[in-house]
Design a protein around this ligand. Structure first.
Ligand SMILES: [Zn+2]
Length: 397
């Protein structure tokens, strides 16, 4: 794989190293129903670079051909009550504060369409979900919700869009400006459209030293500055950027501007302070400490990990690739139960199996879910030690 030595956003060749990992699973959220297949998953490398000019962070050796999102891709998070109420709040904000009601709403990369359905129902909107990997009925909500099994681009310009939503897509795209330009072209007849994007914030990852938030599926990592640049280069004006989900995600609002704006008008200041410097050294230390902790917990009894999402999958591949210390993974998404973790082959079990597995410790990869998990464990009257690795990584300071 040829290394990309120019920033995909601003084309600068002034780049600094963040971290390298070799032979990691290319998928984190794919369903694999047997151990051997999970161990034999295709692999790729991470060589994460940070642009010193715009702050964009990306995997310079990402191979687009290795990652194809098909029907076995499963990242539905709404089975979690915490995440579901987070989505409801987002919908509420859009409908009541942003006035997204009685409008034509397009969602780019709508997945199974759950979020768009909420928007249609809560705001009496018309919804158009675009996703090449969509499976399900073409029409829902009595005709108010339609799905198109294709990309949203200039060929979609005949749709009059008032609002375009795109959640957790752009971090999977190696050339984000090209994606944004194709959305811009789709809006050629909708100059008044408002565009909302949600993506993880790489500054949160750096600030909290969350090593397992770098993985193959995410080839592009943004902060406020780099995402603004990407939108400006594609012909949008950024209206606002907020940090949401306790700082882990950014929520951006933009609107299209004339294509022929000159680049010199862009608000451009040099970025001189790379945030990811020394991250590799941090990773080395963190891994050593994490291994030590996990082996201590395993001496006290059976250890499980909560959450078979990308964070959990990456954690296991870094810390327990041989299934030595962690027995299995618990997930509330019934579609994941009975499958195996890509790369390591840890079994995924449901919460109904908690009672008879006799765990002494459960490791939690995202502290946003801590209260929800505590409640589940308390209701079952189980005496289990819950360990939040985000705090534990912070405690290493
Ligand atoms: Zn750049």
């Amino acid at each position: 794989m040829l290394k990309k030595n120019h920033c995909p956003i601003c084309q600068s060749s002034s780049l600094s190293d963040v971290l390298k990992r070799s032979s990691i699973p290319v998928y984190q959220n794919v369903l694999i129903n047997n151990f051997e297949a999970a161990r034999q998953i295709p692999r790729g490398d991470l060589e994460i670079l940070e642009c010193k000019e715009c702050g964009f962070v990306y995997n310079s050796v990402f191979d687009t051909n290795k990652v194809v999102y098909g029907s076995d891709y499963e990242n539905t998070q709404s089975y979690s009550t915490y995440f579901n109420s987070y989505l409801d709040e987002l919908v509420e904000t859009l409908v009541t504060q942003k006035g997204v009601s009685n409008l034509n709403v397009v969602e780019v990369g709508c997945g199974k369409g759950g979020f768009l359905k909420k928007i249609v129902e809560a705001g009496n909107n018309y919804g158009y979900g675009f996703d090449p990997s969509y499976i399900g009925p073409e029409v829902d909500c009595g005709g108010k919700l339609r799905f198109e099994k294709k990309l949203y681009n200039e060929e979609s310009a005949s749709f009059k869009a008032d609002v375009v939503l795109c959640r957790h897509v752009i971090e999977h795209i190696s050339e984000p400006v090209i994606l944004l330009k194709s959305i811009r072209k789709a809006l050629v007849h909708s100059p008044q459209a408002r565009v909302f994007f949600e993506t993880p914030c790489v500054d949160w990852i750096f600030e909290n030293k969350v090593m397992f938030d770098f993985f193959y599926e995410h080839c592009s990592y943004f902060n406020e500055k780099s995402i603004s640049k990407a939108f400006e280069f594609a012909g949008f004006e950024v209206v606002s950027i907020d940090r949401i989900f306790n700082g882990q995600y950014m929520w951006l609002e933009a609107r299209p501007v004339e294509d022929n704006r000159e680049l010199k008008n862009l608000s451009y200041t040099k970025y001189v302070d790379p945030r990811g410097l020394g991250f590799s050294k941090n990773e080395f230390e963190w891994k050593r400490k994490a291994l030590e902790q996990v082996s201590i917990y395993s001496l006290g009894g059976k250890v499980a990990l909560w959450g078979a999402g990308a964070k959990g999958v990456t954690f296991l591949n870094l810390i327990d690739p041989g299934v030595e210390y962690i027995d299995c993974v618990i997930d509330v998404n019934p579609n994941k139960v009975g499958n195996y973790i890509p790369g390591t082959g840890h079994e995924i079990i449901g919460i109904e199996s908690l009672d008879n597995r006799e765990f002494s410790t459960i490791i939690i990869t995202n502290s946003n879910y801590l209260d929800e998990i505590k409640k589940i464990v308390q209701q079952k009257i189980l005496n289990i030690n819950l360990v939040d690795i985000e705090t534990w990584s912070a405690q290493q300071e």
